[in-house]
Design a protein around this ligand. Sequence first.
Ligand code: UDX
Ligand code: UDX
Length: 459
Amino acid sequence: MKPLVNKIVCIGAGYVGGPTMSVIADRCPDIDVTVLDLNEARIAAWNSEELPIYEPGLATVVSRARGRNLRFVGQIEGAAHVAAADAVFISVNTPTKTEGEGAGKASDLRYVESCARFIAAHATGHTIVIEKSTMPVRAADRIKSILASAGPGVTFDILSNPEFLAEGTAIRDLEAPDRVLIGGERPEPIAALAEIYRRWVPAERVLSTGLWSAELSKLVANAFLAQRVSSINSVSALCEVTGADVEEVASVIGTDSRIGPKFLRASVGFGGSCFQKDLLSLIYISESYGLTEVAAYWQQVVDLNQWQKHRFADQIAAPIATAEGSLRGRRIAILGFAFKKDTNDVRETPAIDVCRRLLARGATLAVHDFKVTPDSIASEIGTQGVEVATSPEAALAGADGVAVLTEWSAYAKLDWTRLAGMLKAGAVIYDGRNIVDAEAVRRAGLGLRSIGKGERHVR
Ligand code: UDX
Ligand code: UDX
């Protein structure tokens, strides 16, 4: 049977739009998928062998579908594809507003709104418009009112189909999702979109709800995940002062099936484009409905995260700072800049706060990451006092302290016996991810401070 949706367009070829559409095209060779983006350089990269984002498995999926039923096109030339599309996904960024009402908290919907205007201008016949970006609850109302300006005979259904993929595991998450969520107002468009996902996702994992529940569920899912990280990070501080071990505590509480073992890794703090932005959006929505206590509850998750990043930076500084607190003349190796392993994404990475705090006290930083480019590092923390190292060894040479900020697997395998002689005498390793081989560090005669593990390893 011919599918109800034959031609798909997605506006936004970012970390979400690009991988999501690649997997849909890969799994549905009979559906024509066009991904649009205003950023021509990004489109050129999607059409090259050097994809604009690093994601394990992505290149293979793209190579199977691109040129067959998957294409990447500049947004302006893409108008004709919108005219022909049965469904248009909006997958543009929804950052925190920096000015106007709600600045610093509310989501900035200007890119979503301009996409809605673009769709209204070019769509023909009936089109299903799908919110893929994370939106504040009731954003669909704003999209609807813009779409209402389309010409006579042009009609729309709006669905909310938030994406739950995590970076670094995007392809796995898209190919075998815990669930796909489709929120809508009428059963027909929900069924049309569900039919696509059911090609590879078991029917019981394709959930449908009302529009507002779908929009809110995405914000709440991220808020709960972020809350778990802040919860275990609060416990990490308690472990350090009491001599308990946060990994032991996490593994014990994780065996309770009501709590579960995932997302209990203490860290230097959570980062990424979503957690903070979505928490702030939830806080803003709560405040705007007068729910002050609800807003304050979720604000604490953000504040604890900020505190954890600063606490970690201050631990590194404490033993090597002068009596006045200066780090001038001190060199600190930063191992890892991405917000988590297996991605080149640096949006809201905890490394930004840690590095800025150390730089503000005059430290020199030698930053290494396996996938983040020197330009990305420079755009977040500048170049003053910052050297970008091409290997962990180069970062460690002559360092007074070492901070592990991203859990890249290769950092767990560093040969500390070989590396110890490169560090300044007395240099301590600060493990912000609990991945460093503590035994190897001990054998090498180095000091180690791990998140949530007290001081028992320090020399
Ligand atoms: C996504 C979601 O859209 C966001 O709501 C969610 O919270 C996080 O994930 P992401 O894919 O990570 O965002 O964003 P990004 O990598 O910045 O990609 C968005 C793309 O949209 C950019 O390439 C930008 O150039 C493009 N864009 C933006 C357009 O093509 N047209 C526009 O009008 C605006
Ligand atoms: C998150 C959600 O997981 C995903 O469902 C949603 O679609 C987008 O936001 P992402 O930000 O890509 O995905 O990565 P995630 O694995 O959730 O990690 C977020 C941050 O929390 C990272 O900085 C990570 O290192 C940190 N984290 C995660 C911890 O510090 N400890 C943990 O136990 C888990």
